[in-house]
Design a protein. Structure first.
Length: 320
């Protein structure tokens, strides 16, 4: 069946389109999430309530990992994939071009996307350590810690398995799905709409903040915010969503593989002291700034092709 509403809302303002995106994303997330959760409960015989407090003894129970990985897939489809594809088709007569499904303006961006993920990691880790040291008032601290604990238990449950098969499954259900889905929504749509309305750097920064806030893990907010900025720069200056997806996938896959090879990384305690992180973080920051400057400079010589946006059509009943 052909989706008949291609470009129907192309004449709406970026802010109107952003509100429409939020509405469609929430609707898809709740409807597909509800259906997916019911299906997973029927398949595994488990309930969401039974997995609310994951423990080592819970993880080994049959169906637990299937349920957790299934929820990753449900979230990918309901929150990221379906809303993004629907909105891209509504907002543009050329949805693939609108999202950025094209080769980068410079082939060097494929290399830069991997390089920047590698060299920025020590600085992002250092910021993560600083983020962990922020002190909040009692009630706020308890809520933040409860959200952090829930996410931490899920991640540990998925990454604590130690077979090559499980490693590949985790790379797919975490790195691939997050790299594709989150970039579709936060860079392909949200950042693009914000840039159209407010300019490139406001769009990058606000999209990165929303990307980090969506995870509901404030003790990891600032490192994830920095990651979002880097991904936003890659997307904005390469013109290619594939580049941002590759970088996001590589970053997550790198951390998953590191946890597989060294399970001690899953513990809350840092494997090195805070002081030992300072020098690598400084070097990482300086190298990251240099690479980003190179990317931006080269991109200005070969600017990415931007999708054309149509003017307001007074005859379109859906125009703002």
């Amino acid at each position: 069946m052909v989706f008949p509403m291609k470009g129907l809302l192309a004449h709406r303002s970026p802010l109107n389109q952003l509100l429409i995106l939020v509405g469609i994303a929430l609707f898809c997330f709740f409807t597909i999430g509800m259906v997916g959760t019911i299906a997973l409960q029927a398949m595994t015989g488990l309930s969401v309530e039974a997995l609310a407090d994951l423990k080592p003894t819970t993880i080994v129970q049959p169906g637990v990992l299937t349920f957790l990985r299934g929820m990753q897939l449900v979230q990918f489809i309901g929150l990221f994939l379906v809303p993004s594809l629907i909105c891209a088709r509504l907002f543009s007569p050329e949805p693939n071009q609108f999202l950025g499904f094209r080769a980068p303006n410079l082939h060097a961006f494929w290399f830069w996307s991997i390089l920047i993920m590698l060299i920025s990691l020590p600085f992002i880790q250092f910021i993560g350590e600083l983020n962990q040291r922020i002190v909040f008032p009692g009630g706020m601290k308890e809520w933040f810690q409860s959200q952090e604990k829930t996410a931490e238990n899920t991640v540990k449950a998925l990454l604590s398995v130690d077979t090559p098969k499980d490693l590949l499954l985790n790379i797919f259900f975490i790195a691939v799905l997050a790299g594709v889905g989150e970039e579709l929504l936060f860079r392909g749509l949200i950042q693009r709409l914000l840039i159209r309305r407010y300019g490139i750097w406001v769009g990058i920064l606000v999209a990165a903040a929303l990307f980090s806030a969506m995870h509901l893990q404030f003790y990891g907010f600032f490192p994830r915010f920095l990651l979002g900025i880097v991904l936003g720069i890659l997307y904005a200056y390469s013109g290619s969503l594939w580049v941002a997806m590759l970088a996001h996938f590589f970053y997550d896959a790198m951390l998953i593989t590191a946890a597989y090879l060294n399970p001690d990384l899953l513990d809350n305690e840092s494997v090195v002291s805070f002081v030992q992180l300072i020098l690598p973080a400084l070097v990482s920051l300086l190298l990251s700034i240099w690479v980003i400057r190179q990317m931006i400079h080269r991109s200005k010589e070969f600017p990415p092709e931007e999708p054309a946006f149509e003017a307001e059509d007074p005859n379109n009943p859906f125009s703002s």
